[in-house]
Design a binder for this molecule. Structure first.
Ligand code: TZP
Ligand code: MG
Length: 211
């Protein structure tokens, strides 16, 4: 399935926000220019994840922004989200595709060209590649700009860069061939979410249009 909305990709983080504050930040991001939202929850019980996903889906629907669910096919199907994002520790991509069918987006985290090629053959619709820069949000190995560029050049599906990306360093990604930039803390922890999203959107457009 072709995915054409990856430019300014918000991946959520709960931090210590109340649910109200968390949802307000997502809503503000949605009405100021994020193009896609991934709900990423690592701690919640299934019922709580489902209920939160329902609430985030209402916001995304209001702004006609696709909602991606991290890891959980069941939650994706339960709330009729646009798709899922999976990594090496989740269900294999081909199994996820056989369960979800052709009409859901499957994003896959990859760190190497070899893994990207395998995931593409198994039905991935886009790749998340990172961490590009150091990040406190996830304990994960870094991916070089060379590897990012080579995955972009050799993939038939779009690539989103992630990990430590900020308004101030996104320009370094010019020429890599990315289709978008995904951020957690830069938006979720922003003092002014609306302004930050607008700045991000402008910066990302320059990088993408450069290629
Ligand atoms: N996958 C690779 S790095 C990362 C994820 C989910 C965290 C990105 O968070 P931040 O706060 O944008 O650095
Ligand atoms: Mg995962």
């Amino acid at each position: 399935m072709e995915v054409a909305c990856l430019e300014t990709y918000l991946v959520t983080g709960r931090y210590d926000f109340s649910k109200e504050e968390f949802l307000t930040r997502i809503r503000t991001a949605c009405c100021n220019g994020v193009s896609i939202v991934q709900l990423r929850e690592k701690e919640l019980e299934t019922r709580d994840y489902y209920q939160l996903a329902q609430e985030v889906k209402v916001i995304c629907d209001e702004y006609q922004i696709p909602l991606i669910i991290d890891d959980r096919l069941d939650i994706c199907l339960a709330v009729d989200a646009a798709g899922i994002h999976i990594g090496d520790k989740d269900l294999p991509v081909d199994i996820a595709r056989s369960i979800l069918g052709p009409n859901k987006i499957i994003g896959v985290s990859v760190k190497t060209l070899e893994r990207a090629n395998e995931a593409m053959d198994q039905g991935a619709d886009y790749f998340g590649v990172g961490a590009i820069y150091p990040t406190a949000t996830k304990d994960t190995a870094r991916v070089s700009l060379e590897t990012l560029t080579s995955i972009c050049a050799n993939s038939e599906v779009p690539v989103v860069a992630i990990g430590g990306l900020k308004v101030d360093n996104i320009a370094h990604l010019k020429g890599t061939g990315i289709a978008g930039v995904a951020v957690v803390s830069e938006i979720m922890l922003a003092r002014n979410v609306a302004e930050k999203v607008q700045e991000l959107q402008n910066t990302i457009q320059e990088v993408i249009n450069h290629d």
